[in-house]
Design a protein around this ligand. Structure first.
Ligand code: SF4
Ligand code: SF4
Length: 292
C-alpha cells in the first residue's frame, strides 16, 4: 500500500508551520503517521511531539582529496564540478570542502585515479516514538555546516514509513534547495502563511516552488485577523484552497511558546485537522483517478 506524503512548508520561518504540522500529526484517530522534521538547521518539532530517541545515525558527505603525486593537473575535475568546489591552479589542485556537495563526479572523471573520498560528518539522524503514537524522525545539521540538503535527503531515505502509513514532513523554511528537497516526492504541499503583505510575498514564492514541483497545494492561514485580505485574494485568483484558518489569539500564542501543541491548547482543532486531512486524501485520490 502506498503512503500518502504531505509536506508542510512556509516561505519563511515563524509563520506557524510547525504548529500546523505537529497538530496535524497528533490528530490522527488511528494509524499515527511518520513525522519527519526536515527543518534540519533549526529543528523544533520535538518540543511539541516529545519523542524518545531510540535510533541515531551520523550523516556525512564524501569530500574529495587529491593525491598530488598522481595528479596530472588536467583540470577535468574542476570542469565537471557544478559547485566550483575544486579548482586546478597551475600545478596545484585545490578542494573547497565548504562548497562540496559530495556528488562524486570529480573522482569519476579523473583519468589518473588521483582522487579519493573521505567521509565528513555534517549532522545526525534521530528517530523514536513520540506523543499519540506518532513515529518521529529528524535530521540535525551540525552548527556551522552549510549543506542542509544532504541531511534532508538521507533523513527521507533512512526513516521509511510502514506500508500505508501517512508521512507528514515539516519542511525547511524558505524557497531554496532545502525546501525543494523536503517537498520532493510528496503528494501534497500544505503552505502555512499569515494574512499580511509579508506573508503574501512569501506565499507567492512558496507556491511557485510547489508549482515547479507539480504538486497540489493547499493553504493554512495562521494568525487570521491580524492583517488584510491580500492572501485570501491571491488564493482565490490562483485557485489555491484555504483549508484552515487559525485566528490570532493570545492564549494560543502563549501556549505554543510553552511547547504545547495547538490541539492540546484548543482540542476542537483535532476535528478540524481531521477534516483537513480527509480533504487532502480525497483530493489526492481524485488526482490519481484523473491520472489513471
Ligand atoms: S582530474 Fe584528476 S588528474 Fe586531472 S586535475 Fe583533477 S585530480 Fe588532477
Ligand atoms: S564531489 Fe562533486 S561537488 Fe564535491 S568537488 Fe567533486 S564534483 Fe565538486
Amino acid at each position: 500500500m502506498i503512503s500518502l506524503r504531505v509536506a508542510v512548508a512556509s516561505g519563511k520561518g515563524g509563520t506557524g508551520k510547525t504548529t500546523v504540522s505537529t497538530s496535524l500529526a497528533l490528530s490522527f484517530a488511528s494509524e499515527p503517521p511518520l513525522f519527519l522534521d526536515c527543518d534540519v538547521e533549526a529543528p523544533d518539532a520535538h518540543l511539541f511531539l516529545k519523542p524518545t530517541f531510540e535510533r541515531r545515525q551520523e550523516v556525512g558527505i564524501l569530500i574529495p582529496q587529491v593525491d598530488e603525486a598522481r595528479c596530472a593537473h588536467c583540470g577535468r575535475c574542476a570542469e565537471v564540478c557544478q559547485y566550483h568546489a575544486i579548482a586546478v591552479l597551475g600545478e596545484k589542485a585545490l578542494v573547497f570542502p565548504q562548497l562540496c556537495h559530495g556528488c562524486g563526479s570529480c573522482a569519476l572523471v579523473c583519468p589518473e585515479k588521483a582522487i579519493t573520498e573521505t567521509l565528513a560528518v555534517i549532522g545526525v539522524l534521530e528517530s523514536g516514538p513520540a506523543a499519540a503514537g506518532v513515529h518521529f524522525a529528524r535530521g540535525v545539521l551540525n552548527v556551522g555546516e552549510p549543506m542542509a540538503t544532504p541531511v534532508i535527503r538521507q533523513l527521507k531515505q533512512w526513516a521509511a514509513p510502514q506500508p500505508g502509513q501517512a508521512v507528514i514532513i515539516d519542511a525547511s523554511p524558505g524557497t531554496s534547495c532545502p525546501v525543494v528537497e523536503s517537498a520532493r516526492g510528496v503528494d501534497f504541499l500544505l503552505l502555512v502563511t499569515e494574512p499580511t503583505p509579508f506573508g503574501l510575498h512569501d506565499l507567492r514564492l512558496a507556491a511557485q516552488v510547489g508549482r515547479a514541483l507539480n504538486l497540489p497545494i493547499g493553504v493554512v492561514i495562521n494568525r487570521d485577523g491580524i492583517g488584510d485580505n491580500g492572501v485570501a485574494e491571491f488564493c482565490a485568483a490562483e485557485g489555491l484552497p484555504i483549508l484552515l484558518r487559525i485566528p490570532f489569539d493570545r492564549a494560543i500564542a502563549a501556549g505554543i511558546a510553552r511547547g504545547r501543541p495547538l490541539v492540546e491548547i484548543c482540542p476542537e482543532y483535532t476535528a478540524r485537522f481531521q477534516e483537513l486531512w480527509a480533504w487532502i486524501v480525497e483530493q489526492t485520490r481524485q488526482v490519481e483517478r484523473g491520472g489513471a
